[in-house]
Design a protein around this ligand. Structure first.
Ligand SMILES: Cc1cc2nc3c(=O)[nH]c(=O)nc-3n(C[C@H](O)[C@H](O)[C@H](O)COP(=O)(O)OP(=O)(O)OC[C@H]3O[C@@H](n4cnc5c(N)ncnc54)[C@H](O)[C@@H]3O)c2cc1C
Length: 277
């Protein structure tokens, strides 16, 4: 089976601040000699960037406001797409929402620049406070169950912390019942640990929440865990007690983690993941 063509055009303007893009894919199934036409319509909103916080040269937090007249709700862990005016066949880039649901129609994205890419250099060099972005409706199935009745282990690196920050702040804000939650967060240097003080503080606010930053490079003053994330969950869950694993970040780390967690004896259904590439 192979996809012959995708994305035709962005069509109808529905409202001043909202439009719908229709993606048409033609799928040819060689075995069955059939052609299927797949149409995906996705709503986009013109949203204003109301604040930008530079975490470092490489990472920025974008606070974005959806127009008040547009109902905007999401399940923590979901993502949006930004449709960027870049010179590429694929102009959409996906970003996990890093904030919990709010009453003021704003949400946060935390984005690291890929200097060799097209989308993030555009964002970093062209988008300022007051700029507008085309933001898709909320997408994705990477979220917690409505009833959290199992221990959770979040494993992430870099901006892969985004969906977990949204989930954790939501659990805190809404006082959602839960079991123990461990978050293992891999980075290279201390300066790379996003939301460091916030996550440390959450340990005192969310019962049973443990935050374990892990650094892979030489940081002489670092008192915490060193190396990669993998030995940490292998050690903590060596007893194979019931747990649900949530992984988020770049493909290499995720595939390795999934392989190792399965090798520990956990079922594939106990491992959910959001791959960033
Ligand atoms: C669900 C999800 C959530 C994500 N959340 C975050 C986040 O919170 N923070 C963050 O920093 N990053 C996140 N990413 C990664 C982000 O979407 C971009 O890949 C990253 O920002 C680099 O974009 P770029 O345009 O600079 O790089 P580019 O190299 O220009 O593009 C990278 C991505 O664009 C798409 N793409 C570009 N060209 C093609 C092509 N020819 N064919 C098919 N696809 C193409 C692919 O998805 C590719 O991985 C997420 C990715 C996914 C899938």
């Amino acid at each position: 089976m192979g996809v012959i063509a995708a994305k035709v055009t962005s069509l109808r303007v529905l409202k001043e601040k909202q439009f719908t893009r229709i993606h048409i894919g033609i799928v040819f199934d060689k075995l069955l000699m059939t052609i299927k036409i797949k149409v995906v319509t996705r709503k986009y909103y013109h949203c204003q960037v109301v604040n930008i916080i530079s975490e470092s040269d490489l990472v920025k937090r974008y606070i974005i406001k959806v127009p008040d007249e547009i109902p905007f709700s999401f399940n923590p862990g979901q993502f949006v797409m930004l449709d960027l005016p870049i010179d590429s066949k694929y102009t959409n880039r996906s970003y996990s929402i890093a904030s919990p649901p709010s009453d003021d129609n704003t949400f946060e994205l935390v984005i690291s620049i890929n200097p060799a890419g097209l989308g993030t250099p555009y964002l970093f060099h062209n988008i300022t406070v007051g700029s507008f972005l085309k933001v898709s409706e909320v997408l994705g199935k990477f979220h917690l169950p409505y009833v959290i009745d199992t221990e959770l282990c979040f494993i992430c690196t870099g901006t892969g912390i985004a969906p977990f920050r949204s989930m954790l702040l939501n659990i805190h804000d809404k006082n959602i019942p839960h079991k123990n939650i461990t978050m293992i967060f891999g980075n290279r240097f201390i300066k790379d640990i996003l939301y460091y003080s916030e996550m440390e503080a959450l340990q005192d606010k969310i019962q049973g929440f443990k935050f374990i930053p892990v650094l892979s490079r030489d940081n002489p003053e670092w008192q915490g865990r060193r190396g990669y994330v993998h030995p940490v969950y292998e050690e903590l869950f060596a007893d194979k007690r019931p747990a649900q694993f949530y992984l988020c970040g770049w493909a290499e780390m995720l595939h390795e983690a999934r392989r190792r967690i399965e090798a520990m004896g956990y079922e594939r259904m106990n491992i959910k993941f959001e791959i960033y590439d």
